[in-house]
Design a protein around this ligand. Structure first.
Ligand code: SAM
Ligand code: SF4
Length: 329
């Protein structure tokens, strides 16, 4: 089978698809609080257009899909769309990243439709702080959603926590302690300088090593073996833990050399890296009856455009020009 291989010999077999840039939250580190331009409805890729891209990409080795956004669960028809994705032979894994607000009602349907694993974003266990960070009063609903996800049988369940110094770093141990009672994977993510937000600064940045040290002052962490190298999180466990603790370090230990991802934005742009504005407009082809070969050509071109690594913290780094919610986190 042909593969999508980039110029640095990385095989791109993981497609992250943003199905909407809209969201029912406004996390201050993700969505800009001013000048937020949402993509007009008719510019958003239709589900059948996304399915066509996936069917073609599968013939070139794409086997993992992540559905993300914005908040993917607010888009109408998402469960049926996922069911259609699952029907594409060659797709081995479909996962979802969500803020969890709608999981209580959708978890069972999502499992039935073929989602294999769920990442739920949660940055505070304190209701007031949660509201301040996200702009929404939904902590209880998210916690219910996580419970429901477990009840219907999702495994693994990953909780993603962006750690921001002076904002929620005092909750790191509380999050780690969840793994003493629950089989969840708690993953601490470094705060990244994404586009159009002015909330990132060096003094709000906490490297994973410091987060880890903070947990180890509470209790020693033991490495979990058998990790997939293409996964960005480094896994550990507390002595009596039943869940795992991971660290995603896109800045302090970036994983660009093993990155296997390509992204499809909600408005139909192929994007080889979160931090580069090299985008290829594939929607134009899809809407102009382009032949399959032309679309495959663009997938290959996008792979060729993938840079060796991001330039965060280097002199020439420039923030990308679109918010994380539009690109898909
Ligand atoms: N709305 C969904 C959610 O929140 O899970 C999916 C989209 S969101 C953009 C995907 C992930 O990106 C979330 O885990 C979020 O915390 C993360 N994220 C957004 N902005 C970030 C930033 N500046 N630094 C680190 N992670 C960020
Ligand atoms: Fe919405 Fe997710 Fe961004 Fe928060 S992180 S604003 S939930 S897209």
């Amino acid at each position: 089978m042909d593969s999508l291989i980039d110029n640095y010999n990385r095989e791109l077999n993981y497609l992250r698809i943003s199905i909407t840039d809209k969201c029912n939250l406004r996390c201050f580190y993700c969505m800009p609080n001013k000048n937020l331009r949402l993509i007009p409805h008719d510019e958003i890729l239709r589900y059948e257009e996304i399915l066509r891209v996936v069917r073609l990409a599968v013939n070139y080795g794409m086997k993992k899909i992540r559905i993300t956004g914005g908040e993917p669960l607010i888009r109408k028809g998402v469960v049926e769309f996922i069911r259609s994705l699952s029907g594409i032979s060659g797709i081995e894994d479909i996962s979802l990243t969500t803020n969890g607000i709608l999981l209580k009602e959708l978890a069972s349907d999502l499992l039935g439709a073929g989602i294999k694993s769920i990442n739920i974003s949660l940055d505070s266990l304190n209701p007031q702080r949660y509201k301040r960070l996200t702009g929404g009063d939904y902590l209880a609903q998210v916690l219910e959603g996580i419970k429901e996800t477990e009840r219907v049988g999702f495994d693994p369940i990953k909780i993603n926590t962006v750690v921001i110094k002076g904002v929620n770093d005092d909750e790191v141990v509380d999050f780690a302690k969840i793994t003493l009672d629950k089989p969840y994977k708690i993953r601490f993510i470094e705060f990244m300088p994404t586009a159009m937000i002015d909330s990132w600064s060096e003094d709000r940045f906490l490297p994973s090593d410091s987060i880890r040290e903070q947990i180890e002052r509470f209790e020693k962490l033991y490495p979990v073996t058998d990790q997939d190298k293409s996964r960005p999180s480094r896994g550990f466990r507390l002595k009596n833990g039943i869940g795992d603790i991971g660290f995603i370090s896109p800045i302090s230990h970036h994983f660009c050399s093993s990155c296997n991802r390509l992204r499809l934005t909600a408005d139909g742009k192929l994007r080889p890296c979160l931090f580069s504005d090299d985008e290829i407009d594939i929607k134009r082809l899809l809407r102009n009856n382009a032949a399959d070969d032309e679309i495959i050509g663009q997938l290959k071109l996008s792979a060729q455009q993938k840079s060796r690594g991001h330039m965060i913290r280097e002199d020439i780094f420039q923030k990308c020009n679109r918010p994380m919610s539009a690109i898909g986190g």
